[in-house]
Design a protein around this ligand. Structure first.
Ligand code: ZN
Length: 211
């Protein structure tokens, strides 16, 4: 009969299928739940399907971040734009170039830095975007923005807040993303500048209405 260590020991063949590799990865992970034959995810040491399931789900941060991006607290149009931004699928000037769509001017139109309009510039680095994040942060009293939309949602997800607070703050971030994209479109296609205060006021109004 094999001892415990031998049962777990298995070298994954190089040419095995994706599914086989995933099963092996899960097996290796499950090994970490046991210590000297004792199941560690419950206080009693008794095996629990729920604890195991939650531990496995915990290994999928992208899924949980998606849940926050799609929170029902956010307006549908905010959810949609936020999700596209998280995926890097908004049609920024940089993305148009990648898709071989003809672009006359690749610069960000919200600032005068003469830098290419990328997702990270538009929503994170651009001074117009930064001003909006700061303005709304003053209102929420919570530092919202870090180095990317996905990272911001991920940080909210990991906070020890109640679910409703996480959803409200995530919805606020979604509203900011939406209004940055809207201000960009107004400038680019209508030649109209949206004032920071005006956008911030609209964001606050839309969030309050959802509460
Ligand atoms: Zn800019």
């Amino acid at each position: 009969m094999k001892d415990g260590a031998t049962i777990w020991k298995h070298n994954t063949p190089v040419d095995c299928s994706w599914y086989w590799r995933q099963l092996n990865a899960i097996k290796v992970q499950m090994r970490g739940w046991y210590n000297q034959g004792r199941y560690m995810l419950t206080q009693t040491g008794k095996y629990s399907i729920t604890s195991s399931y939650l531990a496995l789900i915990g290994q999928q941060p992208r899924m949980r971040t998606a849940e926050l991006a799609w929170t029902s607290m956010a307006l549908p149009k905010h959810r949609f734009i936020t999700w596209l931004a998280v995926q890097g699928r908004l049609l920024t000037q940089e993305r148009k170039l990648k898709l071989h769509i003809q672009v006359e001017d690749t610069d960000c139109c919200l600032c005068d830095k003469k830098v290419m309009e990328t997702t990270i510039h538009l929503f994170v680095k651009c001074e117009w975007a930064q001003a909006i994040w700061k303005e709304v942060e003053k209102w929420t009293g919570i530092a919202l923005q870090i180095n990317g939309i996905k990272q911001t949602l991920e940080r909210i997800r990991l906070k020890h807040w109640k679910k409703v607070k996480k959803e409200t703050i995530a919805a606020t971030c979604g509203a900011i993303v939406y209004h940055i994209w809207r201000a960009r479109n107004w400038k680019k296609f209508k030649g109209k500048s949206v004032h920071i205060k005006e956008a911030a006021t609209q964001i606050k109004k839309e969030i309050i209405e959802r509460l």
